[in-house]
Design a protein around this ligand. Structure first.
Ligand SMILES: [Zn+2]
Length: 475
């Protein structure tokens, strides 16, 4: 929480930090005109060439017309892990699903460029983020639609939606083509979800990347334009998502400290929508996912205001989401552990902002679970005290096993309990043993025996008193 508080304070005090260089977009496009695929290709290649220490560039596939889908990954590549040896946090960002939503694409671009420029300027924020995080940023998912200034991709061979028999093929709406309740919102017209889930090369490549390289992501932001709003799941249902606590917490932070931008469940905040990358990212991948709708400007090829200024508030929200990625899941820490015979009682703190269910404390050797507690729930940023019975082992180590978030698809983690930070007490007497002893009168007998022994010893505990007295004399 301390890190979060510090960062929030920083944003309040210095909302518009001076940057070393204009982030958008440099040659050959000026600060008021949106980006072509050719300009993007030149720019991201320059980034990789000029910044091999933090930028890797790859193509994750081709668009329908064969344009490359460029993936920029930013991190401090001098170290594979964080300084403490733990895996870096993973953030996934994509832009440009809809070819005519230029400011969404621009925000993905600006986010990448912000960290590159700030790293080169030696900013502490960028250095901390890149030492601890991998930012995977696909700026333009739909280069064909981008250059044609159209929402859909340019696959004109298939009827856009065979189920509603569209007479004229219009290309496919990539953000209705994901395999999560595909074409399951009624009515689906005028949206063109494609011939089936992942029928399009762009969405297929995006999902393959998610499933191969960023399964551990704790933040996914997909960037669009249309209304000034940030949407969280679901698009399919009006109900709040199972991790509503996390989403509402982020909403409150953003609205209190950074921006008045509305943040809502997509179905309620916009309209019912199915087969979106947001619902796929949350419902299938288990990521905390946001659709960032930057503005209502979909139809102009230029902007009167400098893009850097126009999206500076949105960039502040992105910096907050990225800096605090560590918090966007459950983070369990065993604070206290007590073993009384076969009874185990433990106190668990959840440092993360997401709740978890189905958590267990385990005693393991290698992959073998020797003992396991009952399932327990740990709510976000709170403490749980759990009692469980049946412990009868030694020679192993303690481990926590739990899901990162409540949503079923979120990943399970198995984390070794760091004993150095845990208060541990053990006793061979379990509560049932004590009960038995009381019942048979063993405790009064033991007390009698102790009193007899004490009376025959000469002040056996005096040494403790001596040290106290010496200290008083020194005064
Ligand atoms: Zn869109």
């Amino acid at each position: 929480m301390r890190g979060l508080a510090v960062f929030l304070a920083f944003l309040v005090v210095a909302p518009s930090m001076a940057v070393a260089e204009q982030n958008w977009p440099g040659e050959p496009v000026d600060n008021h005109i949106f980006m072509s695929y050719a300009a993007l290709t030149q720019e991201v290649n320059n980034w990789a060439e000029d910044n091999p220490d933090i930028v890797t560039l790859s193509s994750i596939g081709q668009s329908y017309l064969g344009r490359e889908l460029w993936m920029v990954v930013l991190s401090d590549w001098s170290n594979e892990t964080k300084a403490n040896g733990e895996a870096k946090e993973i953030v996934y960002i994509d832009g440009g699903h809809h070819g005519n939503e230029y400011l969404g694409t621009a925000l993905a671009w600006l986010t990448a460029k912000f960290y590159i420029n700030e790293w080169n300027a030696g900013s502490e924020e960028a250095i901390t983020v890149l030492q601890n995080t991998e930012l995977h940023i696909l700026i333009m998912l739909n280069p064909d639609g981008n250059d044609a200034d159209t929402r859909h991709n340019l696959n004109l061979t298939t009827a856009a939606n065979p189920l509603v028999s569209e007479p004229v093929p219009t290309g496919i709406d990539l953000n209705r083509n994901y395999d999560h309740f595909w074409d399951n919102c009624s009515p689906s017209d005028p949206f063109a979800p494609g011939a089936g889930p992942f029928s399009e090369p762009e969405t297929k490549a995006n999902a393959e990347y998610m499933n191969t390289y960023v399964t551990d992501a704790d933040l996914y932001v997909t960037m669009h334009t249309g209304v000034w709003i940030i949407l969280y799941p679901w698009g399919k249902w009006p109900e709040q998502p199972s991790d509503w606590e996390l989403f509402h917490g982020i909403r409150d932070d953003v609205n209190e400290n950074i921006s008045d931008i509305p943040m809502q469940n997509a179905n309620q905040g916009l309209y019912p929508n199915c087969g979106t990358s947001r619902d796929y990212g949350y419902g299938v991948m288990g990521f905390p996912t946001f659709t960032f709708e930057t503005d209502d400007d979909q139809f102009l090829l230029f902007t009167f205001e400098d893009v850097n200024d126009r999206l500076s508030e949105e960039l502040d929200v992105m910096r907050y989401l990225i800096t605090n990625t560590w918090y966007w899941r459950a983070r369990l820490v065993v604070e206290e552990l007590s073993i009384q015979g076969e009874d185990v009682t433990f106190t668990v703190n959840n440092l993360g902002r997401a709740s978890t269910r189905n958590a267990t404390l385990q005693y393991v050797t290698g992959n073998e679970i020797l003992w396991e507690s009952d399932n327990f729930t740990a709510n976000a940023t709170s403490q749980a005290i759990v009692s469980s019975s049946g412990f009868d082992h030694d020679g192993g180590e303690w481990r926590l096993s739990y899901q990162k978030r409540v949503i079923h698809s979120s990943k399970f983690v198995n984390e070794t309990v760091d004993i150095a930070y845990t208060k541990i007490t053990t006793s061979s007497f379990s509560s049932s043993t004590l009960t038995w002893m009381l019942q048979v009168g063993a405790i009064p007998l033991a007390a009698l025996a102790f009193a007899f022994w004490w009376s025959r010893e000469e002040k056996p505990l005096e040494i403790i008193d001596n040290s106290t007295i010496e200290a008083e004399l020194l005064d």
